[in-house]
Each structure stands twice: as structure tokens, then as C-alpha cells.
Ligand binder design. Sequence first.
Ligand code: IVH
Length: 694
Amino acid sequence: MTDAPPSTLLADQTAYAEAVQLALDAAAAYYGDGTSTLDDDSYDRLVRGIQAYEVEHPGEVLPTSPTGKVAGGAVVGDVPHTVPMLSLDNVFGAEQLADWAASLERRLGRPVTEWSVEPKLDGLAISARYRAGRLVQVVTRGDGTAGEDVSHAIGAIVGLPARLAEPVTVELRGEVMMTASQFEDACAKRQAHDGTTFANPRSAAAGTLRAQDRPYVCELTFFGYGALPYPDDTSELAVRLRELPHSEVMAWVAGQGVRTPAVTDVGGIVATTLEQVQERVEQIAAKRAELPFGIDGIVIKCDLAADQAQAGFSSRAPRWAIAYKLPATEKITKLVGVEWNTGRSGIIAPRAVLEPVELDGSIVTYATLHNVADITRRGLMLGDSVVVYKAGDVIPRVEAPVVHLRTGDEQPIAIPQVCPTCGDAIDASQERWRCVRGRACRVIASIGYAAGRDQLDIEGLAESRIQQMLDAGLIADFADLFYLTREQVLGLERMGETSTDNLLAAIERAKAQPLSRVFCALGVRGTGRSMSRRIARHFGSMDAIRAADAEAIEAVEGIGPKKAPGVVAELVELTDLIDKLVKAGVTMTEPGWTPPADPGAGSGAEPGDTSELPLAGMSVVVTGAMSGALEALTRNQVNELIERAGGRASSGVSAKTSLLVAGEKAGSKRTKAESLGVRIASPEEFAALVGAFL
Ligand code: IVH
């Protein structure tokens, strides 16, 4: 297998014994109060190291080793489980999944024709016991054979009703977790109570499930993933549940009024081939970052009861199911510094400098800290071990300090007293601090950005030149560039006739840039190049954008309810500047945009018919070095080309990708596209396809 995960190398018996203890402590904290002393990845690596050592030295295996247990080192409760609550074995990639499926099919002596594919929910396993339709007891997993009674939590768990639709006797199994909004709410309650917050949704859920006498109540959510009749039950229902395919059992569970992943964007499906399984794995992985709850993988199960019964169980896991693990999105690392920067709109934002960690496939060195209140609320200190989160294209963020890993050497974080860029005062009246000079504080950077190659593309406008023009009072923002006269520019030091004419010609050409680039030049927060293109293509004109309220802006793909009001407010702030651009004759429409077919549909409708275009409906990813006709283009220009030709430019390869344009030195994206069977084109083939739009 080529995609084997790394493991900790243990040199001798002492290292082995230490590793076992470390894993036991971490597991006790994890299953106990939900705190973390090791992140999931480090824990898995450690256990794999222990396993490897035990294979080499079978005589030295310690009885306490986490490898022999169902759930290593868990807090053991006193309620025996009717049927053990087992773990799942893991795979880490398509190849390992295929190996697992092949060995399972060998064991069964036939192919598996129905696979159930569902999200692996990242919460805490519980067993919910119903008698005659009433919820009588909730038990944690504990060590897998006995768990703790947490029935006191009944009533606080959304999705786990006190009564089922029918008066049935059954045990439901599933995961208890906190959704993003429940987590936010729980953090606010805890903050108000004792000034601390929870490290992450999982530990918040664990702590909440076990807490008995908290003065505040936090809500949890249950998602079911199984239903078991009691072992001695011979009723008609019990017999039926034992014989039904897993997918039908889950439909029955949902019919009883219990929440299952079916109500989410990543509900369970039944796949008939391994290719379909892999496709669903990719789909779920692609949605992970947007889900309002945590998942750490995908669970693949034999759907048919007969397959499950024949495959059976090993001592710690069923042989008929596997967890396809996704890369970790959360790790613990050190906060080594905090940098303060003033953004183009004057907002002063802290940025965490971290000891580098690998998260979701990339190395993370910086993470967002939002604002000063955020730092105080979380009680962060320099030198803290912090939980850092990153998934997909999400900007990495610091979640919380791991307080029990403090050494006493941590130092307070210095909060700036003046604007870190210009030294002027700070307006701290809002949660987001701002330089009192607002946009003017970063005026050079803002103008430089607007003139950049991917925006207005005004060549010859170096920062020193912008500074000169500002000092001479010729400009105050980038719209003023369009009003410069030849005499004014010639009057600047080191400005000859040729460079003046070249600069003025470049400014004149900039007036013809499409709306997408003009909008991007405004530097509205959260609207970079591709988002600006989406906004421009959605509305077609600056007038329509300015007329849109938050709700209408939200109709643009990728803009959520959090971002939309900010975009509207910033556009209002930019009124004078945009008016000046309009008056100067700068293009305020998107070429090729046609009004929506239904005139009554308003500004929220999509542009006109693009189905004739060569890339219509296609999601295209570009990777590697471009050659031929594409060689001179920036990546942004290639993306613009894709969109002109009717396609959608995207950065990551998934099952949804229609075409990968792969140049020289295309790396992992090409491998992934190959494994998914995604069509691959060379830059030359692609240029031929979209030639008319080049
Ligand atoms: S099925 C016999 N399905 O993952 C065990 N488990 O790492 C069958 N989990 O102990 C478990 N989502 O707590 C199953 N869709 C899902 C799951 C799921 C999360 C948890 C469960 C299990 C752990 C194993």
C-alpha cells in the first residue's frame, strides 16, 4: 500500500512503555472531560508506533496497551453495554480502501454489491435505550463494554426525542456533538459564567454531556448511525431490524423522529460500486469545510444484513465497516508571536504566528485571531499551546489555548496603543479596531492594489510614484488617477515626457477593464479576484451591485449571511470613489453579460444563456506551468479565460471537477485527477478548446 500513514518510531522497551503511558493519558483526557493533551493525528501516529513495536516484540506487549482495547484508556462507567460498542478500523486513501474491500470480498467469497456511505461524525458515541417508545437511559461508550450513565442530559440533546413515533423497544446508537451555533452559544454561556471558553466543539460536547451541576444549560445534537434490538428480543420488529439493510434501518430510525445524517448535506447513500463509493467520499470531503458540524472521515459499511453477519467482528471493530479518515483539520501547536496589521480598509487585525504544523494537507504558520476582544475572550498568552483549525480553503484560525499544557513561562500579548501602520490613534469603539484615518491609513497600499496586474493593470505606477502623487496633492485615492493631466504628471520629479505618456496611456487603457476587475480594485473585504468575477457576472453592472441589499448580495455563490452586510456597508463607504470612477468613464459593466431571461426576476438572477460556450457547466482546475498560448498569462488571467468560455475556475480537484489543465510539473492534483478518472488536458489542448476566447 502506498498511502500508509506515518507512525512514531519506538527505539526500545522504555520508549515503548512511555508511549503506552502517553497514549493512555491522552485517551483518558479525550474520553473523560474531552480535553486534549495530544491532537488526533499525533495520537493515531503514537498508537501506530505502539502497534508496530508490538508486532516486532510480541513478548513485551503491556496489558495496558491501547492497541488491545476497544477504546484505549477510556473512563470506565458502570453500565454494561448490551452489545459492545466497538471502534472502526481506518484507511487513509483510495488504494487502502480498495485493498480493504478486496480482502472483505475474499472473506465473503462474493462481491459486495451494496455499500452504505455516510459521514463519520466527530463527536461522542452514545447508546440511547428506548423502552415502549420512551427514552429511559443514555450511556456513553466508556471502554466499549461498559459506559457511564448520562441520562441527566436527556432533554438537552436535539434529535434524540424523549418519545419515538411508535411504542417500540430498541437501542439507538449514534454520535452526540455540538453544531457550530450550539458551540458558539455554549462558549458565550461559559464566558459569561467563568470567563473561559471551550477549546473546540468536541470537547465542549464531551464536557457538557458529563456535566451534572452546571448553572447553565448547553444544547447538544444527536445523529443516529445504528439501531439494535436488545439481544434477547424476538419481537417482529427485532427480527425485521436484524434483517433489513443498514440504509433501511436508518430510514426507519429517521421515521421514529430521530435525527440522522439524512437531514444534512452529507446524508448516507447506497453505492453499488467502489467507484461510486470513492465519488461519494470525495463529495463529502469537499463539503466538509462548509458543514455546521465536525466530521473526521467517511464510514463505509456493507449495506446488506447478510454481508454484515457473514463478515462478523474482530476483537475491536466490525469487519463489515471501515472509516476512511480525512486529513486532520485541527492540531495543537505553539503560539510564538502576534503580529498587528492595518488592512486596506483601516481595520487593525492581529495575526497569530505559529510553530509550523501540517493541517489538511498544507503547512500552517499563520492563523487569524480576528480582533482584540477575541484574544481577551480566549485568554491567550504568548507561548501557549493552542488548538489551530483549518479545513479546505478556510483561513486557519486559533481556536483556544490548551490551558492545562501551560508551563508558567507564558507571557501576556502586547496590545497596540496606536495604529501599527501610521502611528495615529485607534478607534476602539467597535469590536473591530480601526485606525482613525480609516482607508486613508493604507492609501498607498490601496492604490497600489487597485493598479495591480490582476485589477486595473496600470503599468509604471510604483509605490514611490504613488507616494509622490499623494505628497503633491494630485491624488487621494485611485479614482483620482483618471483625472490626472499631462502637466501635473510632467511636473513630478523624475518624470520625463515618454514615461508620462506611457503612464497616462496605461491609465486610459484601464478605463476599459471589465467590471469584475474594477470591482476587485475597490478592495472590498472578502472579495478577491474570483469573488469579484462572480459578483460582476451575477449582477452585470455596478449600478445593480450598488442597488443590491444584503439579501441580494447573498445570492452570489460563496457569500454567506456573515459576509453580505459587510460588502453592502463597504460599498456605501465607497460611494464617492465609485462616483468619481463613473464620471471618469471607467467601465461599469461586464462584457458578455446578458440580462436574466425573466425581467421580473430582479438582480438576484443569473446571467443569460451560456450553454453554447465550450466550457458550459464545467468545473475546471489549472495546475503546473502553462505553455504555448497560455504561457504569458497569469493564473488569474487563465481563470478569467475559463469563465469567459462558460466554465467555473476552481482550485481543488474533486469528483466534481470536469477538466484538469495540467502543465509541466503538475503534482498531486494530477495524481488525484487520475485516480478519480477526471479528464486531463495539456495547456495546448486547452488553448485549442477555448481558442475563440483567448
Ligand atoms: S458505525 C461497530 N457509523 O466512529 C461500530 N460509527 O472511530 C460501528 N462514528 O465508535 C460504528 N460516525 O462512535 C459508525 N456513521 C458512523 C459513525 C460512527 C461516527 C464513530 C463511532 C465509532 C467511531 C469509530
